[in-house]
Write a protein that binds this ligand. Structure first.
Ligand code: PBG
Length: 318
């Protein structure tokens, strides 16, 4: 049964299609800007006009969609750039919206404050003497505002990645109140505090200036808690769930697949991509085979779709 490729293809249990992959896009100010990200070969910060070209490429390759992140002109304590109607991602969405490419793609907007706060945390920071804490409820209000503003600008899906409690319910309420009843919420329900987000923080310029994210992102040792987070978000109205990171958490992904009858995505994060790229540069791994194996592993573990920086390369190969 393994003798020839047609035989192997006939009995293959798991498949990967371009439409199951979502490409992250980092939008920055300017025109004609394509600024390479040192720690992520092949990935760049793109100005709005370049992001439109990227969408055309993605559509030609048959990708499932784009996940948009923004690098604002300026940052402040309350992340004004995140919920500004003329924010960087809102501007990109408006530019994309009318295009033929956009009609073939799902335009997802990441909802988080970390790219927009001066301190780099995913919510509003409150000082308590020498200590600081990320204020959950104040952050949730701003996140809900951000989600509405992104949906109004043309996002097909909003994807909260901040990990505050109660944000999905608040977003659903705010979207409905703004008559955006058809905008689904893709919740990063089980997002672990991970060293594998390192290169992303260069790409999105969002490294926390003090402390770390362990007071709001999950402890990597906890599977049961991850299932509880998913159940809570579904109860609050999440339409789809995103698990993250991928490779170090395949068992958690499998567990979620078995427990929940919902569309389930996984994010193959920046560090997973960069470590493979580093090995490719040294000639230590075969690029095409290692890339495809890393992706099929995520599908086999139970992901319906994969957010991945390899989306274009993998689609070309397919
Ligand atoms: C925003 C966010 C992060 C990622 C996705 N959304 C960074 C973080 O939580 O530090 C990471 C994605 C990646 O590493 O590719 N909160």
């Amino acid at each position: 049964m393994r003798r020839t490729e047609p035989l192997r293809r006939l009995v293959r249990e798991t498949r990967l299609e371009p439409g199951q992959m979502v490409l992250p896009v980092f939008v920055c100010p300017g025109e004609g800007v394509r600024r390479a990200i040192g720690s992520m070969p092949g990935v760049a910060n793109l100005s709005v006009d370049e992001a439109v070209k990227e969408a055309e490429t993605a559509a030609e390759l048959g990708l499932g969609g784009l996940l948009l992140f923004g690098l604002p002109e300026a940052k402040d304590e309350v992340a004004s750039g995140a919920w500004d109607a003329n924010g960087i991602v809102q501007t990109a969405l408006r530019a994309l919206r009318g295009t033929a490419a956009a009609r073939k793609l799902v335009l997802m907007a990441d909802v988080c404050l970390c790219e927009y706060t001066s301190h780099g945390h995913c919510g509003v920071v409150e000082k308590r003497g020498e200590e600081f804490t990320v204020a959950n409820d104040a952050s949730v209000d701003l996140l809900a505002r951000t989600a509405v503003s992104l949906a109004e600008a043309g996002a097909d899906v909003v994807a909260p990645s901040d990990m505050m409690d109660g944000r999905v319910a608040a977003m659903r309420r705010a979207l409905d109140a703004a008559k955006l009843v058809e905008t689904p919420i893709l919740s990063y329900a089980a997002k672990f505090a991970s060293a594998f987000y390192g290169p992303f923080r260069e790409a999105a310029d969002s490294a926390p200036q003090f402390g770390d994210r362990r007071s709001y992102q999950m402890d990597g040792a906890n599977t049961r808690e991850a299932m509880r987070e998913i159940a809570l978000d579904l109860g609050e109205g999440a339409d789809m769930i995103l698990m993250k990171p991928g490779m170090p958490y395949l068992d958690v992904l499998r567990e979620a697949r078995e427990r929940f009858e919902i569309p389930l995505g996984v994010y193959q994060v920046s560090g997973e991509y960069s470590m493979l790229q580093a090995a490719f540069e040294r000639g230590w791994l075969e690029p095409e085979r290692a890339m495809m194996e890393s992706l099929i592993g995520l599908r086999r573990a139970g992901a319906d779709f994969i957010v991945t920086y390899f989306a274009k390369d993998a689609a070309r190969l397919l």
